[in-house]
Design a protein. Structure first.
Length: 356
């Protein structure tokens, strides 16, 4: 199989592709073709081929770089696949690497799309990418039922493959560790440095609890240092109880120390198609709060629906955090519920779904 991806970062889509490769890949026969970058895909054992793509502060330069990258991808695949069997599928991760899909269609190969997004900006680009999916894909996979409906894609072979937690994190989560903080209540959020990911709401929530010495708010950004510096340079002074953590691969230690993991994405601007950080936290038995729309609704399920709270509802968020920090019995019950719910998205079910 030839796996194709664009952004080699530490986002959920890259993590899921790494899990797909680990679950159904064959290191002796497969290839991974990805834009150069330092992300989770750098560590997979599958032989890798890189093409260049650069993001700029100017959106038009970024768009030009993106289109040029897909031309490079298309041209790379010709000599790379000349001696490989024609029945070998091309696995396109996210809608963005359209050069690989067009190549697959023109060479008569099976194209499988694994989509992680609902919309793409600008709108014209989205229409183009959805058109490429329709005319090239033999199969389209989605990460949630909500995403499948919301994309509006019409294709005869569509299905949902729910994400899972990587075996490494599952192993780390299985080790005994204390549940709940006594002297400190750590509220963790992992997000890219964008307003629509709910960072302004996170700052407001932290400031509302600044007088409560027990609370510490930790924000891990999936961005380079200069992007983070530019983003927060426009913000007012951060609350004294808030800590910025650079992009890191050491997620297990963060989840171990977290008392709560939160996702405050704005549904009117960015609907989470799944919510992988919530599932990862739940695997560790860490309670979570997610937005009341999109994939997180399916991840938390009916039994945890009380913790689907909008980032706009600071009053309810604050009250929930205070209650969990003061009521150890409620916290322990919620921790057990989260760990139990995470088992519905286990590794073996994920791999079985990929093989259907």
């Amino acid at each position: 199989m030839i796996f194709v991806h664009l952004l080699n970062d530490r986002s959920g889509s890259a993590k899921v592709l790494a899990s797909v490769i680990e679950g159904v890949g064959d290191v002796e026969r497969d290839l991974l073709v990805v834009a150069d970058g330092d992300g989770v895909l750098s560590s997979v054992s599958t032989p890798k081929y890189y093409y260049s793509y650069t993001r700029y502060s100017n959106r038009w330069l970024t768009l030009f770089s993106y289109v040029a990258s897909q031309v490079r991808l298309f041209l790379m695949l010709w000599p790379m696949t000349r001696s490989r069997p024609k029945h070998e599928p091309i696995y396109i991760n996210t809608a963005l690497p359209f050069g690989g899909a067009i190549f697959g269609r023109l060479t008569g190969r099976r194209v499988i799309y694994h989509l992680h997004e609902i919309s793409v900006s600008p709108r014209l680009l989205q229409k183009f990418l959805w058109y490429i999916v329709r005319i090239t894909a033999e199969e389209v996979r989605f990460v949630s039922e909500h995403q499948k409906r919301a994309t509006g894609l019409l294709h005869p072979n569509m299905r949902v493959v729910y994400n899972t937690t990587s075996p490494e994190l599952v192993l780390a989560a299985a080790k005994p560790y204390p549940v709940g903080a006594v002297d400190e209540f750590n509220v963790l959020m992992l997000a890219t440095a964008r307003d629509y990911k709910g960072i302004p709401e996170f700052i407001t929530l932290a400031r509302s609890l600044e007088a409560h010495s027990k609370f510490v708010f930790q924000l891990v950004t999936n961005d380079d240092a200069h992007v983070v510096e530019k983003y927060f340079g426009d913000k007012t002074e951060l609350p004294s109880n808030m800590v910025l953590i650079p992009r890191t691969a050491e997620l297990a230690s963060l989840y171990r120390k977290a008392s709560l993991v939160i996702n405050l994405s704005r549904p009117n601007e960015w609907i989470e198609t799944f919510g992988l950080t919530l599932l990862e936290a739940m695997t560790f038995g860490v309670p979570v709060i997610g937005p009341p729309e999109g994939g997180p609704v399916e991840v938390l399920g009916e039994e945890l629906s009380d913790y689907l709270i909008s980032g706009c509802d600071i009053t309810r968020l604050k009250a929930t955090l205070i209650k969990l920090s003061e009521d150890s019995d409620s916290y322990s019950r919620l921790s057990a519920q989260c760990r139990n719910r995470a088992m519905a998205f286990d590794w073996h079910s994920f791999v079985d779904a990929l093989r259907i």
